[in-house]
Design a protein around this ligand. Structure first.
Ligand code: PLP
Length: 395
């Protein structure tokens, strides 16, 4: 009998973390690897936020806090939802966790019974299906094509709903495609969900502040009658370049928020007191960092999309958010190139040209790969040249 639990056997380690780790190993072995696998901004946390953390340490805010967030942070989160999303919540409708990741994990652990289904549009963030599996649920993957802009349509949503459907996950702008849902698109999904009264919606808005071309961000609770059945999750990781601080939060129905807190109370307890103080400053302090950073990301996105589309066999949509692109490599998967799958493509690219990207199949859609352009223009220029010469060498 194995010491490892059955539930753990159902899941695999995060493939994106694995790629980043592999790139790190190759680099320490002396190889000039360009890592385009990581899902984090390369910018530093703004100074006002760092200073708030230092103040918290000096003041002695170094003890346990309320399990699901300090009153000050909950107040800042309530203010954020009111200011940016026109959503009103009370403190007992807010929870704070160690990253958005923990909030999502706790949500599934708190609500899923064996066999409950969670609709996950693909391409998806790699952790959704595994979190659902760990909690005993069943991921129901709905593939969304490039022609659909990699977005879930009302028709496909309707088809995927069954008696066992408990949650639908929406993630806009999306990891891994960068696709953002318009108000109209969200409303057409909301129409289907309003009719199905038992289904809950998990809106993962972690990339809300990474968007371009005046793309208007909307979250489903704001523009539908579904607020009472929606968990709106967000965090400071991507918006304020604070991935290492580990603060995420969510707002939603009191019973679910309370249940999330119950799990947290018996697992990690409160997120770091110092990080919480920093997050208060992030949400309440000056917001100019967001605009400056988005301009830099936009320049990189434009460069990467243009470069990729100039390569024979590769094609790439121009997304309006996040810091990822999701190009197709289908034009290079054939007998002549001896590459059968996106995984072959990604492996060979790393071997031959030392560029680390992640295969689309890890995100639930074959024939693509994900590039994170959250790295310097210099590295991106070098990487694009290498990808080009790799693809040309296959001819
Ligand atoms: N949701 C999506 C779509 C993500 O890409 C990530 C991080 O990569 C998260 C949630 C979790 O972010 P964090 O735990 O850093 O708040």
């Amino acid at each position: 009998m194995s010491i490892i639990s059955d539930s753990l056997k159902r899941i695999k380690p995060s493939p994106t973390i694995a790629v980043t780790q592999k790139a790190r190993e190759l680099r320490s072995a002396g190889k000039d690897v360009i890592g385009l696998g990581a899902g984090e901004p390369d910018f530093d946390t703004p100074n006002n936020i760092k200073k708030a953390a230092i103040r918290a340490i000096k003041k002695g805010d170094t003890k346990y806090t309320a399990v699901d967030g300090t009153p000050a942070l909950k107040k800042a989160v309530i203010g954020k939802f009111r200011r940016e999303n026109k959503l009103n919540y009370s403190a007992d409708q807010i929870t704070v966790g160690t990253g958005g990741k923990q909030v999502l994990y706790n949500t599934f652990m708190a609500t899923l019974n064996k066999g409950d289904e969670v609709i996950i549009p693909a391409p998806f963030w790699v952790s959704y299906p595994d979190m659902v599996l760990l909690a005993g649920g069943r991921p129901k993957i709905v593939k969304c094509t490039e022609q659909e802009g990699f977005k879930l349509t009302a028709k496909k949503l309707k088809k995927a709903i069954s008696k066992r459907t408990k949650w639908v996950i929406l993630n806009s702008p999306s990891n891994p495609t960068g696709a953002g849902y318009t108000k109209k698109e969200i409303q057409s999904l909301a129409k289907v969900l309003t009719r199905n009264k038992k289904i809950y919606i998990l809106s993962d808005d972690i990339y809300e502040h990474v968007r371009y071309d005046n793309f208007n961000f909307f979250t489903i609770a704001q523009i539908s009658k579904l607020k009472d059945r929606t968990i709106t999750m967000n965090g400071v990781s991507k918006s304020y370049a604070m991935t290492g601080w580990r603060i995420g939060y969510a707002a939603g129905p009191k019973d679910i928020i309370k249940a999330i807190g119950k799990i947290q109370s018996q697992s990690t307890s409160n997120p770091s007191s110092i990080s919480q103080a920093a997050a208060v400053e992030a949400l309440n302090g000056k917001q100019s960092f967001i605009k400056k950073r988005s301009n830099a990301f936009k320049q990189r996105r434009d460069f990467v999309v243009k470069s990729l589309n100039s390569i024979k066999g590769i094609s790439c949509l121009k997304p309006n958010g996040a810091f990822y692109v999701f190009p197709s490599c289908k034009g290079l998967l054939n007998k002549k190139t001896k590459l059968k799958t996106d995984t072959d493509f990604v492996k060979k690219l790393l071997e031959k040209e030392n560029v680390a990207v992640v295969q689309g199949s890890a995100f639930g859609l074959d024939g693509y790969f994900r590039i994170s352009y959250a790295t310097s223009m210099k590295s991106l220029e070098k990487a694009m040249n290498r990808i080009k010469s790799f693809c040309e060498s296959l001819e």
